[in-house]
Design a protein. Sequence first.
Length: 92
Amino acid sequence: MGDVVTVPERYGLGPIKVTAIAGGRVDMAARLTGSGYSISGCSGGGGVSSEGEGGVGFSCGEGPAATINDAMSLKVVDILDAAAVLRIKPAG
């Protein structure tokens, strides 16, 4: 894995790193650049865990877009074997 997606600073995250693609889910990790963190709407009940040093890990499946920090929309459009198509845009 190791694919990295750089997102605008206003989203409150550093670059998002894809850490695994398996079982219909995409696991990701990112460093926090803001003072807080929130995520909602990951298909399959995506989880959030501390990665230490102000980072988070999250896992999303194909389906409705997740909203991160009330600023960013992240949708897993398609998962094909060890590749995934993500759509990232401003929330709203």
